[in-house]
Every structure is written in C-alpha cells, then in structure tokens.
Design a protein around this ligand. Sequence first.
Ligand SMILES: Cc1cc2nc3c(=O)[nH]c(=O)nc-3n(C[C@H](O)[C@H](O)[C@H](O)COP(=O)(O)O)c2cc1C
Ligand code: SF4
Length: 335
Amino acid sequence: MAPVKKLSDPVRIGSVQTRNRICIPPMVLYGHAGEDGTVTDAHVEHYRALAEGGAGLIIQEATCVAPGGRLRQDQLGAWSEDQVPGLRRIVEAVHGAGCPIFLQIQHNRVEDLEAMRLGEIEGLRDAFIDAGIRAFRAGYDGVELHGCHSYLLCQFLNRRTNRRKDRYAGGLLLVQEIYDGIRAGTSMDFVIGIRLGAFEPALSDGIAHAKALEAMGLQFLDISYGFAGEMDLTAPGDPKLSPAIRGAAAIQKTVGIPVFAVEGIRTRADAENVLTTGVEITDVGRSALVDPNWPEKVLRGEPAGACMGCRTCQWRIDPARCPGRIRLRNKEEKQ
Ligand SMILES: Cc1cc2nc3c(=O)[nH]c(=O)nc-3n(C[C@H](O)[C@H](O)[C@H](O)COP(=O)(O)O)c2cc1C
Ligand code: SF4
C-alpha cells in the first residue's frame, strides 16, 4: 500500500522544494493593477500575506502575455520589460517569507480559432515565451501556462473548439513550442508546468494530454476544468469529491510528475481527503483569500477561516465585501 501523504510533507517539483502540500492557486484580483498592468503595493502586500500564512507554494494570478489578451484592463501583465521590476517586488516579498512562487501566464480566448492566420498564432506563441522568460528574470521559481477555463491554450487543446487542419491541430504542438522557447531562454532549474482541464472534453482526453505533456518535459499538472459544463460527473472516485478532484486523481495515476487538485477545500479534513486520492498537492483557493493564514492554522490543527461559497466571488472586484472575510474578522475581534 502506498504511504499516506501528509499535508505537512514537502514536495519536489522539478528543482523546487515546497514546504508542505498546500498550494494557493492563481486568483486574479481586479482593481489592484496600476496602469498598463503593473504591480502595485496592494499586490505585494496580498502575496506577502499569503506567503507569511504558511502556504507551501503560491501560483500568482493570471498575468497576461499581451495587452490584447487581457480579461479586463486592470489585469496584471508580463508583456513588457517595464513590468518586470514590479513583478520582482512580489517575488522578493514571497521569497522573504520562505515560499516559492510560480507565475501563471495567460491569454484570453479568441473569437474564432479557425480563422487565425499562422503568423498570428506564432505571434501569441512568442508572447507566451517572452512572458515566461520575463518571469524567470523577475526571479519566479517557475511558470504555469494557463491551459484551462476556456482561454486561448484551452481552446487549442480541446478537440471541440480546435478543428484546425494545420500543424496546430490538437494544440499540443503549440504548447511544445512554448515550452521549448521558455526552456531555451531560461535554465534547467526553472520550473514549467500547466493548468489543464481534466475533461477536455472527456476525462480520456485529459489523461491523453497529461501523458503527452509529461513526455514533452512539463514538470507539473495543476488540474481544473476546461470549458464550463465539460465535466464528467461519473469520473471514478468518491462522488463526494468534485469532478475536478476526481479527474486530477485519475490523471495522477497515469503520470509521474506532481498533479495538483482543486475545488472547494475548506477544512483540514477536506485537504487530507484530497491527498488520499493520490495527488501530490492540494490547491486551496478561496479559503486562503478569506484567511491567508489558512495553511499555518490548519497545519497546527487549529480552526481556520473558510470560504462561504458565495455565488460570485467578491474578491474579483471588492475583497472588503467577502462574507467569509467579514465573518472571520468579526470572530477575531471578539477574541
Ligand atoms: C477571485 C478568483 C479569481 C480567480 N482567478 C483565476 C486565475 O487567475 N487563474 C486561474 O487559473 N484560476 C482562477 N480562479 C480559479 C481558482 O484558481 C480555483 O480553481 C477556484 O477558485 C476553485 O478553488 P477553491 O474552491 O479552492 O476556491 C479564480 C477564482 C477566484 C475565486
Ligand atoms: S467572496 Fe464568497 S466565494 Fe469569494 S472567498 Fe469570500 S466567501 Fe468565498
């Protein structure tokens, strides 16, 4: 029988050693970025607090590779040299608290994938490569390609949306070219991984992608959803766990690189339950927004603040309106 994985265990991802199995996944904070997608003090303090809260690894929010690929005007960017010093401030704050940090690099979805000219695709490929190299120069320990949630790389990887007949059919070659370009411009120590949909559109596609990406050289797979609605509710595993977690567990069984699982982890028991599926790392998203000290408290066996599961996460627009954070503050004030 495989040994039981403990939340407090370190994990090796390429050259990086985490201090435990809790990763804060990427979560955009609109309204924080300065003009032209630059880092502000608010970002630096946000990530410093998450690192001081004991996370094993932080993956910084979706940071755009080209100004035209932003989800909103106030999203962070890594498309210009001018953005590197700000990004470096986040890295220094997080490293100062003893935590490694990867940068998620992203481009929004395009209207019509089939109409894209080869030159346009090559331009976006190069934008991903340049952003990855900027992340390296800013001091990040690695990058995560945003390959899920219906954005550009997800559109390429999904056989329902990618019906191209050229070399970018299937989408894997595009990821390979981005991987090779970033690797050539950085070092062997720089970690390169991807956030991938478990169902793209079916679990069998997610598994096939995972195996191909591992063979390509990617060093971790952070598993979420591809397109909304494409999830197999009958995916193997405990039905009390979300399909994304069950998908991640099925994928971990087929690859040797670390797989991260995400969704709805609020308590220590939730996180430990995720590790029993065999995945190497558990992502804790919104509960860490509510309580940045979630990892530290949970590892000490203390109760921590937790996400209350609002329909629309207020953190995207106004963290002050997060009911989970308000409840936690009220509780702390009473103590
Ligand atoms: C405010 C907010 C922003 C998010 N931004 C991103 C993002 O930038 N990139 C990404 O891959 N996922 C993003 N997500 C998805 C989270 O990384 C995570 O997968 C999701 O919240 C489920 O995990 P949780 O239940 O632990 O919160 C975001 C989620 C929230 C709530
Ligand atoms: S706003 Fe709601 S969904 Fe978002 S972290 Fe707070 S409690 Fe959770």
